[in-house]
Design a protein around this ligand. Structure first.
Ligand SMILES: C[S@@+](CC[C@H](N)C(=O)[O-])C[C@H]1O[C@@H](n2cnc3c(N)ncnc32)[C@H](O)[C@@H]1O
Ligand SMILES: [Zn+2]
Length: 282
């Protein structure tokens, strides 16, 4: 006799090549009708990663970057960013269940901050094991999945009401497939001025242009329309430990030799900036 649960109301699907059948939870594992099964890790996340999908052009953040981002978010540097995103995260239809899929959820601070009242209808996906473990520890009631978002999303067609990608992956065709018509997609990307003072000090070049307009173009071509765009920006005084974290977690990998240019710096005023886009699936 097996007990079947309604996997947090999330419709995950099998990642075995060419299978794609719906997964159902049976005790501590997920099974599909073809008999493939996936164990629930001790830390509470589902490992849907196939051996051939471990490698990626973007292999997921390093442990160092994940831990730096975790400390950064715990220190509250994204609090006003969360407030800027909050109005877009309110219910957008009268349906009782509004599922949210968080692509590249990282160490998982944004989920509970934005959707704390909807733990069974939130699912975070990340390719970093360290990140997904931290996420599952921080919000055990939500659904956490280790998977490669660039190899097809392990989620049924039109089963999600909202996709969020905060500085994460954006597989446009897959996001379109999993969203219900009229569903929302919320994207955040680093703004032009983000960490500009640190980039100048470490003499990093490039990446100074914001990419949000190009993202909107790509998403339009993929069947989305833009509803709203916002710029978020603030200045913070960073102590040396926070400067180290900001450099370690940044997507613009900073070499140690460049970091050494910041040695001896006591505290610095630094700009944080992001472009936020709200899109709707046609
Ligand atoms: C800059 S972090 C942002 C994390 C989180 N959204 C936040 O804002 O704190 C990008 C995240 O995307 C994850 N990632 C990179 N490539 C991925 C992939 N192919 N599939 C799933 N996650 C991926 C990384 O492991 C990392 O946690
Ligand atoms: Zn299967």
């Amino acid at each position: 006799m097996f007990a079947f649960y309604n996997l947090g109301m999330f419709q995950l699907r099998c990642t075995v090549r060419d299978c794609q059948q719906l997964l159902e939870q049976r005790e501590r594992e997920l099974v599909c009708d073809a008999g493939h099964h996936f164990d629930r890790a001790r830390q509470g996340y589902w490992n849907l990663l196939q051996p051939q999908d471990k490698k990626s052009k973007q292999p997921g953040d390093t442990d160092e970057a994940v831990l730096a981002r975790h400390r950064w978010l715990q220190n509250g540097y994204a609090q006003s960013l969360i407030e800027a995103l909050r109005p877009w995260c309110a219910a957008n239809t009268s349906e009782a269940i509004q599922r949210t899929l968080d692509l590249g959820c990282g160490e998982g601070s944004f989920g509970p901050a934005l959707f704390s009242n909807a733990d069974t209808s939130y699912c975070g996906i990340d390719l970093s094991k360290r990140a997904i473990k931290l996420a599952a520890r921080g919000w055990p009631a939500a659904t956490w999945v280790l998977a490669n978002a660039d190899r097809g999303l392990p989620v049924s067609d039109q089963s999600v009401h909202r996709v969020i990608s905060l500085f994460g992956r954006r597989p446009v065709a897959e996001v379109h497939r999993v969203l219900v018509p009229g569903g929302n997609c919320i994207v955040a990307v680093p703004g032009e001025e983000d960490l500009i003072e640190l980039r100048e000090r470490t003499q990093q070049t490039g990446h100074s242009r914001s990419r949000w307009e190009k993202i909107v173009d790509d998403m339009r071509r993929g069947g989305f329309e833009m509803v709203e765009q916002k710029h978020w920006q603030r200045n913070v005084e960073l102590e040396p430990a926070a400067i180290t974290d900001a450099l370690a977690m940044t997507y613009r990998a900073v070499r140690r030799s460049q970091r050494s240019r910041l040695e001896g710096v006591q505290a610095m005023n630094v700009t944080l900036a992001a472009d936020l886009i709200l899109l709707r699936r046609n």
